[in-house]
Design a protein around this ligand. Structure first.
Ligand code: SAM
Length: 216
């Protein structure tokens, strides 16, 4: 594999997500070409799509909420879980978080996070470690953007996050009504109409909410 940072620079362009004009990210304009190029780069077929190359509706909604309500993260240690591009983590840092750890198991995402943080003059840390099921490492707030797209993954994440909520962590989820969003134990905070592309979402706009996860 060539340098992932070089791959990202060559195959994306800098764009502001529609709901977050204050942040610029390395994003792809179309999913199929970048997906094929990622597979060629890694010489492996059947890889998951390059999630890091898009600003997902859930991530945009959660980022908007944090930027408009900085008290949620200001002065706090924050985990952006399933970061993709790092959009939410960057928003949290801009809103005054003391520290931000962006966690995504995809090595390309880790590089995209680092490049995107630098592009927006923010300093944060990125990891590819799978944190699901582990102990709280001092996080006061965990931000989760658009992670309810796959059943087994969503179930693992939900059990882990509910335990951390019961230990006193604030967990906020941005989600456009994906299939595996928990059906109960959520408090809705706000909703946004997020502009999306038909290629990704089969729709030009997704009604997307920010939820507080409850312990039960
Ligand atoms: C749909 S994307 C959302 C990205 C970003 N939060 C946003 O809203 O734009 C989901 C991301 O979760 C990551 N992911 C999947 N399983 C994970 C795990 N166990 N730990 C951390 N990240 C994971 C994927 O690699 C992908 O980047």
């Amino acid at each position: 594999m060539r340098d992932p940072a070089d791959f990202i620079r060559r195959n994306t362009a800098l764009h502001e997500p529609p709901l977050i004009p204050e942040i610029r990210l390395h994003l792809a304009s179309e999913i199929v070409p970048i997906w094929q190029m990622t597979e060629e780069e890694l010489q492996e077929n059947g890889l998951p799509p390059p999630f890091w190359a898009f600003a997902w509706a859930g991530g945009q909604a959660l980022s908007r909420y944090i930027l408009d309500n900085p008290d949620v993260v200001s002065g706090k240690n924050v985990l952006d879980f399933g970061s993709g591009s790092g959009l939410i983590g960057i928003a949290a840092k801009m809103a005054g978080a003391r520290s931000v750890l962006c966690a995504d198991i995809d090595v390309f995402a880790e590089q995209a996070i680092i490049l995107n943080a630098a592009e927006n003059q923010t300093s944060l840390t990125a990891t590819t470690e799978d944190l699901v099921g582990g102990e709280n490492r001092g996080w006061q707030v965990i931000l989760v953007g658009d992670m309810c797209y796959e059943g087994p993954l969503a179930a693992r994440i939900e059990a882990w996050l509910r335990r951390l909520v019961s230990e006193g962590v604030e967990v906020l989820i941005g989600d456009p009504g994906r299939t595996y969003l928990p059906k109960s134990g959520l408090e809705k905070l706000v909703s946004y109409a997020v502009k999306t592309t038909r290629e990704l979402e089969d729709s030009d706009v997704r009604n997307t909410s920010v939820w507080r996860l409850l312990a039960v």
